[in-house]
Write a protein that binds this ligand. Structure first.
Ligand code: SF4
Length: 484
C-alpha cells in the first residue's frame, strides 16, 4: 500500500483527567498519523475563574511525545488531541497540532483531520487583515478564520477573562452569550472553507465537533462517564471504555458544554465519504457511518471472489488491512485461508529510508512469508490496493521465494488512477501504476500469474450489504471526480 494515513482527532468534555483519557484514545488512533502528537487541555473547574488552556505537543508517536509526569501539568476536564500525518504543510513541530490561539478575548484550540483546497486564498485574505501564521498548515488557517469571525461578531471575553462581578452575577448567561458568538463564528468560518474537515475545537469551557458537508473524514460522538467524547473512529471511544452514541453527520456541528449537548445542522448534507476508510485507513474494530469496517472488508473479499475466481490451494492477506478481505475471499471461494505472511510490527515509518531503492527494500524487512504455509501451493494473495506497484512486485518475489508455485494477485479496491486532494497523501498521477498501465501490463510488471481488482460497483455493493442505507462515497481516486 502506498497511500499514507491522514490524521486522528479526539475531544473530551467533562471527564476527570481529560488529557490522560485523550492520550489513550489518541494511542488507538496512532495508525492515522505517526509524525506528531499533541493535547490541549483546559483547567476549567466550572467555577468560572482563572481557566486557561495548556498545550503539549511534539514530534513522533504518542508514546514518544508524552511521559507519565507530563500529565501532572495537564489537569483539567476539557481536552482535544491530535495525531498527525502531514498532508498539507511540512513535517515540522510548527505544524504539529492542536493549534492554540490566545488572543485578547480568550483562547481557542483546534485539531483538524482533512485537507482544505482553498487554504491559499483564505490565508492571503487573512494576511491582508494582518493575521500572522506560525506554521504552513491549512489547519491554522481554519483557526485564524474562526478567531477573525469571532472578533468581527463582537466576541466577548471567555470565562477565563470574566470579571469577578460577571462571575458572581450571571455566569451561565455570560457563558451562553460567548458560546453563541463562538458557534456563530465557527459556522461562518466552516462555510468559507472547502475541502475535507473533521474538527475538534475547544475554548476554556466548551467543546465543539464539526464534520464537513460531504462527511469525507469520519467523526463520531460517544459518552464517557458524565461527559462526552468526539473521535475520528469509534475504536478511540472503546479505548477509554466509553459508549458510542452516533456518527456526527455530514454538515453537522455538535456543541458540548455544561448541561448542554446540542446539534446544529449548518449545511445540507451531501455525503461523499472517503471509501478508502473502509478499505485501508480505519481500524477493523471501528464502525463508520453505520458500517463495521471489518465486516466491509469481509464483504469486499467475498465480492472479489465472485468477480475473479481462480483455482488455488490457499488464500492469504497482506497485513494488516488485506486480512479481512482475504478471509472473505476464502469464505466465498471455499479455498482455505492461511496466515502466509507475517508483518514485523516494530518497523518505523518507511520514509526514514532516504532513497526509493531503500524504501522498496523495506518491504523485505516489513513483510516475510511463512514457507510452511506456501511451499508448493497455488497462492491467492489479497492486498487492499496497488498504488505504485513496487510493494506488490516485492511481495510476489517474497511469495515465490517461499516456494509458491503460482501467485494470483487480487485487490480489494479498484485501480487507483488519480491522486487524492482531500487529506490522503498519494503519489502524483504519473507515479500511479494504474493511471499509466492496464491490468495485463500491471500483472506482468509485478510478476504475478494473474491479477484482478474488485469493480467499483462490487465495492459499493459490498458496503451496502453491510448497511442498506449506506450511500454517498467519494470515488475521486478511482474516477477523478471529487466532491469538492
Ligand atoms: S480521492 Fe480517494 S482517498 Fe481521497 S477522499 Fe476520495 S476516496 Fe478517499
Amino acid at each position: 500500500m502506498g497511500f499514507q494515513d491522514e490524521c486522528g482527532v479526539v475531544g473530551i468534555y467533562g471527564a476527570t483527567n481529560a488529557a490522560r483519557l485523550c492520550y489513550f484514545s489518541l494511542t488507538s488512533l496512532q495508525h492515522r498519523g505517526q509524525e506528531s502528537a499533541g493535547i490541549a487541555v483546559s483547567n476549567n473547574t466550572y467555577a468560572g475563574s482563572g481557566s486557561k488552556i495548556k498545550l503539549h505537543k511534539g514530534m513522533g508517536l504518542v508514546s514518544d511525545v508524552f511521559k507519565a509526569e507530563d500529565f501532572d501539568a495537564l489537569a483539567g476536564q476539557i481536552a482535544i488531541a491530535h495525531a498527525r500525518y502531514a498532508t498539507a504543510g511540512g513535517r515540522t513541530i510548527e505544524n504539529a497540532q492542536p493549534f492554540l490561539n490566545t488572543f485578547k478575548l480568550g483562547s481557542i484550540a483546534l485539531a483538524h483531520n482533512g485537507q482544505l483546497v482553498n487554504h491559499d486564498e483564505l490565508k492571503a485574505m487573512l494576511e491582508d487583515y494582518g493575521c500572522t501564521f506560525s506554521s504552513t498548515s491549512d489547519s491554522e488557517v481554519i483557526l485564524k478564520l474562526i478567531v477573525r469571525k469571532f472578533i468581527e461578531n463582537g466576541g466577548k471575553p471567555g470565562s477565563g477573562r470574566r470579571s469577578e462581578a460577571a462571575q458572581s452575577s450571571d455566569i451561565d448567561n455570560q457563558v451562553q452569550y460567548d458560546k453563541e458568538l463562538l458557534v456563530k463564528a465557527i459556522i461562518q468560518a466552516v462555510k468559507e472553507i472547502r475541502g475535507s474537515f473533521s474538527l475538534c475545537i475547544m475554548t476554556e469551557d466548551i467543546l465543539i465537533g464539526v464534520r464537513d458537508p460531504n462527511g469525507i473524514r469520519p467523526l463520531c460522538l460517544g459518552k464517557i462517564g458524565n461527559g462526552h467524547i468526539l473521535a475520528s473512529e469509534s475504536c478511540a471511544i472503546d479505548a477509554v471504555n466509553g459508549e458510542f452514541l452516533r456518527d456526527v453527520a455530514p454538515g453537522e456541528l455538535v456543541v458540548i458544554g455544561k448541561n448542554d449537548l446540542r446539534s446544529i445542522k449548518y449545511a445540507e448534507e451531501a455525503k461523499q465519504a472517503c471509501i478508502f476508510e473502509y478499505v485501508y485507513f480505519a481500524r477493523p474494530d471501528s464502525v463508520i457511518d453505520g458500517i463495521a469496517v471489518q465486516k466491509a472488508r469481509y464483504r469486499m473479499g467475498e465480492v472479489l471472489a465472485n468477480e475473479s475466481a481462480v483455482q488455488a490451494d490457499v488464500v492469504i492477506g497482506v497485513p494488516d488491512s488485506g486480512i479481512g478481505a482475504a478471509m472473505g475471499y476464502a469464505r466465498a471461494s471455499g479455498i482455505p485461508y492461511v496466515t502466509g505472511i507475517i508483518k514485523n510490527k516494530y518497523i518505523g515509518r518507511t520514509f526514514i529510508a532516504p532513497t526509493q531503492a531503500e524504501r522498496e527494500s523495506m518491504v523485505f524487512v516489513k513483510l516475510n512469508a511463512i514457507k510452511s504455509d506456501l511451499a508448493g501451493k497455488r497462492v491467492i494473495v489479497i492486498d487492499d490496493s496497488i498504488v505504485r506497484g513496487t510493494t506488490s512486485r516485492r511481495l510476489v518475489q517474497i511469495l515465490r521465494r517461499a516456494g509458491a508455485s503460482e501467485v494470483h494477485f487480487r485487490v480489494s479496491s479498484p485501480p487507483v488512477k488519480f491522486p487524492c486532494y482531500l487529506g490522503i497523501d498519494t503519489p502524483s498521477k504519473n507515479e500511479l501504476i494504474s493511471s499509466e498501465h492496464d491490468v495485463d501490463e500491471i500483472c506482468r510488471e509485478i510478476g504475478a500469474d494473474s491479477l484482478a481488482f474488485i469493480s467499483l460497483e462490487g465495492m459499493i455493493e459490498a458496503l451496502r450489504s453491510c448497511n442498506p442505507q449506506a450511500d454517498g462515497f467519494c470515488e475521486g481516486c478511482f474516477c477523478g471526480r471529487y466532491p469538492v
